[in-house]
Design a protein around this ligand. Structure first.
Ligand SMILES: [Zn+2]
Length: 145
């Protein structure tokens, strides 16, 4: 009888300690889970960039880049936008200029031609060896027609 009581007591004590252990284990486990969740939430927070990292570089045409204002007296510059075979003013898809500068160049070329500074049907032969700003055979954009 006494031995039975002792075993019962031992059993109950074992079960109590084991149950206590399991409770403490789950508590620890929950704590670790919470800590993990907190850290992961911190990792998932959005990073604040000062500037937009996906911002595209602002493209500027060659005249805007060097801050050049075309002038009817600067015939050498204007001749670079003229075909050496026909004297035609190259279009914007070839020159790659922005609309404002292209219109300015065309206006100044007409002014220079009307003043007699620039030939109309060919390029001035003195400027034929000038460096090319663009390749008319490989335009920046395809022609719209
Ligand atoms: Zn421009």
């Amino acid at each position: 009888m006494a031995s039975l009581i002792r075993t019962l007591y031992k059993y109950s004590r074992n079960s109590m300690t084991s149950s206590y252990r399991t409770i403490s284990n789950t508590a620890n486990h929950e704590q670790t889970i919470l800590a993990d969740r907190e850290s992961s939430m911190k990792d998932d927070l959005p990073i604040n960039f000062e500037n937009n990292p996906f911002e595209k570089k602002k493209e500027s045409c060659i005249l805007c880049r060097y801050n050049i204002v075309p002038d009817y007296k600067n015939v050498r510059l204007l001749s670079q936008f003229q075909s050496s075979y026909t004297g035609r003013i190259y279009g914007r898809h070839i020159t790659g200029l922005c609309k404002a500068k292209q219109e300015m160049v065309e206006r100044e070329i007409l002014k220079a031609q009307n003043c007699g500074f620039m030939p109309v049907y060919h390029k001035n032969p003195n400027y034929l060896r000038d460096p090319k700003l663009f390749d008319p055979d490989h335009p920046f954009r395809p022609h719209k027609y």
